[in-house]
Ligand binder design. Structure first.
Ligand code: SF4
Length: 214
């Protein structure tokens, strides 16, 4: 079976088993708020981010609110998430840049998004796929990285190179779904420490590249 055919079959089974996304970011009501929540999620769990975003966006709903605040005030509001000092600086600068360069409107291309402080391809892809329904790329987080490698869809470890490998074997209309499906499967079955291969519905399609048998 060719790699694209195998990947298509894997996606079909994932779609069947996960009609609803298991987990994810919550509490956002605009592309700006999803952008901030995604910036906050780097090196942190969605649960940690969700625990602060309701209060955060009540206080800072838009770029103007963050930009008219101070980095230390933002630090205080996000101190429960990892790397909060760096993230506070990014959020403050990002908000100012959005106001001055984009009239407070979040841009809709990867090229523009990755020029904002603290925004990489993963964050840009999450925003484009999940809010704007624009599929310029695939968001490669820790689950997409681990599952792609285990399932033999890539032999790379760099997220940008993994994204290219995945893009080459599946058509772009599927790009927006891959991340949610892989995150769901990674959380429930193909876990980082102990993947549940024996009961996994993908077993026959998966070479289990780095899985050590017990
Ligand atoms: S068979 Fe194992 S390694 Fe492959 S996707 Fe399932 S749990 Fe992950």
């Amino acid at each position: 079976m060719s790699l694209p055919d195998r990947f298509s079959k894997i996606l079909l089974l994932l779609e069947k088993n996960y009609p609803v996304f298991f987990g994810g970011l919550a509490n956002f009501s605009s592309p700006f708020q999803l952008l901030i929540a995604t910036v906050l999620s780097a090196q942190s769990t969605d649960k940690q981010v969700n625990s602060i975003t309701k209060e955060l966006f009540d206080r800072f709903p838009d770029p103007e609110a963050f930009a008219s605040s101070s980095i230390s005030e933002i630090e205080n509001s996000i101190s429960k998430v990892g790397l909060y000092k760096n993230k506070a600086k990014f959020i403050f600068e990002l908000s100012k840049q959005l106001i001055t360069e984009y009239d407070s409107i979040v841009p809709t291309s990867i090229t523009e998004l990755v020029n904002l402080p603290g925004v990489g391809r993963k964050t840009a892809n999450v925003l484009l796929n999940d809010w704007f329904n624009i599929h310029e790329g695939i968001a490669v987080d820790t689950h997409v990285k681990r599952l792609s490698y285990r399932m033999g869809l890539t032999d790379k470890t760099d997220p940008n190179k993994i994204e290219v490998d995945l893009q080459e074997i599946i058509s772009s209309e599927k790009w927006g779904r891959i991340t949610h499906l892989f995150i769901s499967h990674g959380r429930l079955v193909c876990k980082a420490q102990k993947p549940l291969c024996k009961t996994c519905f993908l077993l026959k399609l998966c070479p289990r590249v780095d899985v050590i048998e017990e």
